[in-house]
Design a protein around this ligand. Sequence first.
Ligand code: AMP
Length: 272
Amino acid sequence: MSDGALEPRELVRAARQAGLSVLAVTDHDTVEAIAESIEEGEALGVRVIPGIEISSFVPASDGVPERNLHVLGFFSRERVAGLLEWQLERRRARDKRLDDMLARLDEVGAPLRREDVLGSNPDPRRSIGRPHVARALVAKGYVKDQREAFDRYLAAGKPAYVDYPRPGAAEVCALIHRLQGIASVAHPGLDELDSSLELLKECGVDGIEVFHPDHPSETMQRFLARSRELSLLATGGSDFHGGKKNEGGALGGTFLPREHWERLEEALRASK
Ligand code: AMP
């Protein structure tokens, strides 16, 4: 229900085909896909862990400026409803950002209409982000692929990049904890968050996403060691977005080793 290419049920079917028995569904800033994913998982014998990936920021500290941050939240299914209200406000903020991005693109000679991004019959539940705009830029022929769309227009500092209000790390962790969830720092290698991990622990994170397709083996080893030093859980996954180039890893290609899954499962059980 955010920037993945598959519908929720298709995703769970693909997971089953890939031989997965447990799968966390973590859309950006929305839990709209969770109910359908769980239903499909129950039909197919795949356990779906309700999750979310919340756009946030690490506050400026010790001369280091504010940084972008994604926080993964994992929940028991009874608690997901606690995010339904919250996600509406995030959707509105993203919708406003879309209009601002389109205005900027117009100014730099790459005009798009909302329909180009959202389609003619948009699903109002979707959480719209930069990847949707990137796909529209490719479809219109302004760029050859999504990478170029980010490099030329959408990445931070580029002409159509628009910042928008996001909750800080401590606020996001407090939200996740109010719902008895587990908060983990998403792909810290990709976002170069090595030096922010202690501060993030102070903000309340419970874990680090150690296992990720953009973490080469030495990066995983480094974050695994850091997770132990800081007494944080190790989480992980494929960041699968539908198997397209430049969009996450292969489904099940990167996974959470059993011993870490068992710790995460225990933490989820304990926090119910
Ligand atoms: P948003 O939440 O709308 O800011 O979009 C963030 C998503 O855009 C990330 O989760 C990535 O999937 C994607 N993304 C961010 N930077 C890039 C990039 N340089 N190239 C391709 N995709 C990117």
